[in-house]
Ligand binder design. Structure first.
Ligand code: PLP
Length: 417
């Protein structure tokens, strides 16, 4: 079985992390090295997670309660949750399935006199063009936040220089993971200072917490490697456990109660040391190979098979989603051929405010309901990709083979829907 879950970290990195938990480290030096990886070093703010930095941002800007925050409609549910926690109202903005970017009319539809900010999530490894969104934001005086948690491209993309905040995650399932940690870029120096002041009041993550994390992911990494994963999957089957569910739960960042208490922590020194190592040593050519692999798989797939972001200009294939009319049937067919696809993802829809049901993001909903993630990683040989494409070529009505908007009905328009 080719499992889809891979942790983008080597055994030597994990060993390095473990060694770091037992020796003195120069925190200032580590933070300096993280900052100076990026070209706008003075704007860089390392923290425990994207959610930590995102929460700090809203606390520091202090927008009045009831202010609306536009958010591209697909993201992890903690993001709108954090916005709402600050007394603000998340408002979904639908996206064009072909580009995964909001179109102008979608932005306009979600705007109201109370809107003060827009949060854009770059999903799946796609980087959507920010210029049109920044144009719109300038016209309406909005703050612009870019969520690049799924779009780390080494120095290939540092966010648009004019965006107010840009966020990168190094959580367990992300590219170049440090098994935690995040980097924010904050353009306004005063705002950055306020965030840092607040951050300095947070308790520091204990070293042993990070050590436990390193061991946990060492076990998971081993469990996902061939041939161990065959044994794991067979065991799960016999015990009637859902291996997919187990993997997804294990990869979740801050499960359980006390969410805000958990994210409001400073990273430990060893986590910062790991972040330095991952940033400065990550082989950029690994990304290039991943992109090459992605293009190769695209060419193998049936030409009319719908994929989210199929017309996106920048795609690094952090994951490889396709759209299916019957996801369970597609997943079952792939499993029979030895491929572990899934439709499970951590993405959810940003719900529309109760008094604006017309903002239900229909296209994003249609995407979410049809997502199938193919197993896709550099370790998968080209032969396996060809085999996977053959299985898909043999399927017809189970797959989505027509643009979503056409399928949702003629005359459909995001404005009048
Ligand atoms: C992973 C992810 C986050 C959260 O990142 P953390 O560093 O784990 O808080 C936010 N947004 C998106 C789109 C993500 O994929």
């Amino acid at each position: 079985m080719w499992v889809r879950m891979r942790f983008d970290i080597g055994w030597s990195d994990i060993a390095y992390g473990i060694a770091c938990t037992g020796r003195p480290l120069d925190r200032r030096r580590l933070e300096w090295e993280i900052r100076h990886y990026w070209s706008m070093a003075e704007q860089i703010f390392p923290c425990l997670s994207v959610r930590t930095g995102f929460d700090l941002f809203w606390a520091a800007v202090g927008l009045p309660a009831g202010t609306e925050v536009m958010m591209t409609a697909l993201t992890i549910p903690d993001m709108p949750r954090i916005v709402a926690h600050h007394g603000l109202t998340p408002v979904p903005v639908d996206v064009d399935p072909a580009t995964m970017a909001p179109r102008r009319e979608m932005l306009e539809k979600a705007l109201s006199p109370r809107t003060r900010a827009i949060v854009v999530a770059h999903l799946f490894g796609i980087i959507i063009p920010m210029e049109p969104i920044l144009d719109f934001a300038r016209q309406h005086g909005l703050l612009v936040l870019e969520d690049c948690a799924q779009g780390f491209l080494c120095r290939g993309y540092e966010g648009h220089p004019e965006s107010d905040v840009v966020m990168f995650s190094f959580g367990p399932i992300k590219t170049a993971t440090a098994l935690g940690g995040a980097v924010l870029r904050v353009r306004d120096p005063q705002l950055l200072r306020r965030m840092q002041d607040r951050h300095s009041q947070y308790p520091r993550q204990p070293r042993h917490t990070y050590l436990k994390r390193l061991f946990k992911y060492a076990v998971l990494k081993a469990a996902c490697s061939r041939p161990i994963c065959d044994v794991v999957i067979a065991t799960c089957r016999m015990a009637d456990w859902d291996h997919d569910q187990i993997i997804s739960n294990a990869a979740r960042g801050f499960p359980g109660p006390g969410f805000f208490q958990r994210i409001r922590c400073q990273p430990s020194d060893p986590l910062l040391a790991m972040l330095v190592r991952r940033l400065w040593n990550y082989p950029e050519q690994r990304l290039q190979e991943r992109i090459g692999r992605g293009h190769y798989l695209v060419q193998l797939l049936p030409g009319d098979l719908e994929r989210p972001g199929s017309r996106a200009k920048t795609h690094s294939y952090w994951v490889f989603p396709i759209l299916a009319e019957e996801p369970p049937a597609v997943i079952a067919a792939l499993a029979r051929a030895g491929f572990d696809a899934t439709s499970r993802s951590s993405l959810r829809l940003v719900p529309p405010p109760e008094n604006r049901p017309e903002l239900d993001p229909l296209l994003s909903r249609a995407i979410l309901n049809r997502l199938v993630f193919l197993p896709f990683c550099l370790e998968l040989p080209a032969r396996a990709l060809r085999q996977m494409a053959e299985v898909l070529a043999g399927m017809t009505s189970q797959l989505c083979r027509q643009p979503l908007e056409e399928m949702l009905g003629a005359g459909w328009s995001p404005i009048h829907a």
